[in-house]
Design a protein around this ligand. Structure first.
Ligand code: 26V
Length: 810
């Protein structure tokens, strides 16, 4: 937008006085922040209304991205950047004696997601709006997001996240757009003059109240909407009679049970537990979202049969897969369509992305729970299942194993992935290798049945948040050197390659990285009172803590290095700081035990004078989007070391690459594609391939003892886990030891250990050649544009959603 400094100052001072009746000198920092936020909200509002009106007027096909999680991160700086007024605002505030960066730090970071899946949804929202696509988000307004992590004596403690403690600046409540969601009760199908109709009795009705957040595009034109629903007790349900009799407890219990639905985000993204509240959350937002979409559609006055020409709905993993049943219900029961027409519309409207192949994360609801909670939806799913079995048995005659593998209801469970696949016209994986595994192994039978539905859409990240916002100096350099065409097309980052031999550019890269590292040094000193060396290699593994991500492999190498340095303090290595950031699901004992190990190892190493500061270990508490924005720009080595075949894509890998780190990786997920882009000389690859992993798993031929018996270094490390080296309590690391000795090292940590140590040595050698290293960084940055979520979204738009960019005024 066009805004002069003086205009901004005038607007700002006015906003501050009108809202808080204070001048800039009297106002508290909090009020200064709030006034700025409110002003920016004003700037956005007009375009927001215009965008919506335009979409309706032009009857644009609109996409709704249904996701249980949106991990947005702070929004104020993104808004300023996308409005293109950040510099003006910064200067204007400075004139008024206010520091913008201090205000930015006051914004709460809404943590409405667990990890990669939720962050991807947020990146996609940004790209949709920035490219001018009509695409919105739909989810839950959790009162409490992902827990805040505290580390106490090396153990993770979970504290309640309370991001709504102060008003959230960016949401607008829309009570008039409330819809009702129905749970439980009994449904009977009765014959009426209008055909068969469901008659409900004894159900619970809940209000789904929308809160809208504007998603502002960098094109300074599009403002899409993220609509999050909050669960409330309908006013009619408040039993005045009961209240008059003084029966407050009943009322309070009821209110509590209803509001529970949007109280808190489930913090476990690693194991499915079949909890009733979770099922209610899923149906709650899906039903609310679909009802809202249908209401909007009615305003277009188009035939319901054309629904999928105007609406596309995307299912982010299986969490919203119940949409298949709910959309059928709305079309059959509310719109009065016949089964075949309803089914045709449903399949044409829905598309599904798979984000994991881990068996323990698959959503399979107990039949009885499902029936009790959403009886009408179960009836419909049973009919979908019956028809599906009929279709498959015609095709494959009596091949029951095929039918069993694909049908929805099986063994007393409702399998949500099967439901999503059968009810969607498109099924995609999130990296090439992941999609191949889905087609050839995990979903092979479905692939044979519906080959045309399967496609790959490699994940991406928004360079606006992960470069422009998090690493502004590097962004400036890339744009300055690679040309303004990069602004709208990150694929042009490749022009940066021209500077591979330009010492000035290489030096500038070095300086920018160093400054970013200094910021981290100051942060770590201030927060943990640990001194770290900005000249050391910053080796970073930040992601959820999970067995398959193998933080344990990283720690084992650190212990190995420690042992080496103890034996030979003269050992010539480049000083290294190992950073970890990771939250463990509260009930994931192994993961929590690994966190304790990292902290115990850190404690020993950081305080051992023999080590002479050659290595340090830092655990960054409460890893989330904000910490990511600090540490990723400072990373030299990006640890992407999952057991091959297990990480669907990974997106942290792309963020580090874009910020000029060298990836140390297995050939898993999108690492494979990063490798294909930068070539063998600009990435360090090690370890089992996914085929090898899958073969070992299939043949059950892996025996960790074979490795252990032939590797004294590993034997020593494992012994040290129970001999008092890292904890006085010799039982301290029993979950880890059981993971190896009891479970047999399911993620092949021991098997890949030697290869990893070798790869780490290679990193050390490569880093010693400063110029060579900087050239690798440059190559990585230049190729990173390929992994912008703008590219991913363009492909979703073209292949799956069939939508076009909208330019107002055309
Ligand atoms: C799973 C579950 C399962 C049990 C109930 C709660 C819950 C909540 C979240 C999840 C998400 C698991 C799937 C997931 O996060 N996948 C990640 O998706 C990223 C984006 O595609 C991808 O980069 C990561 O590799 C993949 O692990």
């Amino acid at each position: 937008m066009n805004l002069t400094k003086n205009q901004f100052k005038e607007d700002y001072v006015k906003r501050l006085t009108l809202t808080f009746a204070q001048t800039t000198t009297e106002a508290s920092l909090e009020h200064k922040y709030l006034a700025l936020g409110k002003l920016i909200r004003d700037y956005i509002s007009e375009s927001w209304a215009e965008t919506n009106n335009y979409y309706t007027k032009k009857k644009c096909k609109q996409i709704y991205y249904f996701s249980m999680e949106f991990l947005l991160g702070r929004l104020l700086n993104s808004y300023l950047l996308n409005l293109n007024i950040r510099d003006v605002v910064k200067d204007g505030l400075r004139d008024l004696g206010i520091d913008l960066d201090t205000l930015l730090e006051l914004e709460p970071d809404p943590a409405l997601g667990n990890g990669g899946l939720g962050r991807l949804a947020a990146c996609f929202m940004d790209s949709l709006a920035s490219l001018g696509f009509p695409g919105h988000g739909c989810g839950i307004r959790f009162k409490h997001g992902l827990f805040n992590q505290k580390i106490i004596n090396g153990y993770q403690k979970e504290l309640l996240n309370n991001w709504l403690k102060e008003d959230f600046l960016w949401e607008i409540k829309k009570p008039e757009k409330t819809v009702t969601v129905r749970f439980g009760g009994v449904v009977n199908l009765v014959n009426t003059p209008n055909g068969i109709e469901p008659v409900y009795s004894g159900c619970e009705e809940i209000d789904a109240v929308p809160y809208d957040i504007p998603i502002l595009g960098s094109n300074m034109e599009t403002v899409n909407t993220l609509r999050l629903f909050s669960a409330e007790l309908p006013e009619e349900e408040i039993d005045l009679n009961g209240l008059q009799k003084g029966d407050y407890q009943k009322f309070i219990d009821k209110k509590f049970a209803v509001e529970a639905i949007s109280q808190i985000l489930y913090p476990d993204d690693s194991s499915f537990q079949g909890k009733l509240l979770r099922l209610k959350q899923e149906y709650f937002f899906v039903s609310a979202g679909l009802q809202t979409i249908l209401k909007r559609y009615k305003k277009l006055k188009e035939s319901i049969h054309k629904f999928s020409d105007f609406v596309g709905i995307h299912i982010n993993d299986t969490h919203p897969a119940i949409a298949v049943g709910e959309l059928m219900r709305l079309l059959l029961d509310e719109e009065g369509l016949d089964w075949d027409s309803a089914w045709d519309i449903t399949v044409k409207t829905l598309a599904y992305t798979n984000h994991t192949i881990l068996a323990e994360a698959m959503e399979k609801w107990p039949y009885d729970m499902f029936k009790k909670t959403v009886p009408r939806i179960l009836m419909i799913i049973e009919e979908i299942d019956r028809r599906f079995c009929e279709e498959v048995s015609k095709k494959y005659e009596e091949d029951y194993s095929k039918i069993d593998s694909m049908r929805i209801i099986y063994n007393g469970e409702v399998r949500m992935a099967n439901l999503a696949i059968i009810g969607s016209h498109s099924i995609n994986g999130v990296a090439k290798i992941h999609t191949e595994i889905l087609k050839n192994r995990e979903l092979h039978d479905f692939y044979l049945l519906y080959p045309e539905r399967f496609n790959n859409k490699t994940n991406g990240i928004t360079h606006r948040r992960w470069l422009k916002n998090a690493n502004p100096e590097l962004y400036k350099l890339v744009i300055e050197k690679s040309g303004p065409e990069c602004l709208n097309d990150t694929n042009k980052f490749i022009n940066f390659l021209k500077y591979i031999n330009d010492d000035n550019v290489l030096q500038t890269l070095d300086k920018i990285k160093f400054k970013n590292k200094e910021k981290v040094v100051a942060f770590v000193k201030n927060k943990y009172n640990i001194d770290i060396n900005p000249f050391s290699i910053f080796d970073v593994q930040v992601k959820r803590l999970h067995g398959y991500k193998r933080q344990l492999l990283n720690v084992f190498n650190i212990i190995y290095l420690y042992n080496q340095l103890k034996q030979n303090p003269e050992l010539d290595i480049v000083p290294r700081t190992f950073f970890f950031g990771a939250k463990a699901a509260p009930s994931y004992y192994l993961a929590k035990n690994i966190i304790k190990l990292i902290n115990s190892v850190a404690n020993v190493i950081n305080n051992d004078p023999d080590i002479r500061n050659k290595i340090k270990v830092v655990f960054l508490e409460n890893y989330g989007v904000s910490i990511a924005e600090l540490i990723i720009p400072a990373g030299d080595v990006s640890e992407q070391i999952s057991t091959a075949s297990k990480e669907a894509s990974g997106t942290g890998n792309m963020k580090f690459m874009m910020n000029g780190a060298v990836t140390l990786a297995t050939l898993d997920g999108a690492n494979v594609e990063i490798y294909d882009e930068v070539g063998d000389n600009n990435i360090v690859i090690f370890g089992l391939t996914s085929q090898e992993v899958m073969d070992l798993e299939k043949n059950r031929t892996y025996n960790f003892r074979d490795i252990l018996n032939s590797n004294p270094d590993l034997q020593k490390i494992l012994t040290q886990l129970s001999d008092g080296t890292f904890s006085e309590n010799k039982e301290e690391f029993k979950d880890i030891l059981n993971h190896i000795y009891g479970e047999g090292d399911p993620y092949f940590v021991l098997k890949d250990f030697s290869a990893y140590v070798e790869a780490q040595n290679k990193i050390n050698t490569l880093y010693e050649n400063r110029r060579g290293w900087l050239q690798m960084c440059l190559v990585n940055i230049a190729h990173s544009g390929k992994f912008s979520s703008d590219n991913s979204i363009r492909k979703y738009a073209e292949d799956i959603w069939h939508i076009k960019e909208v330019k107002r005024g055309e």
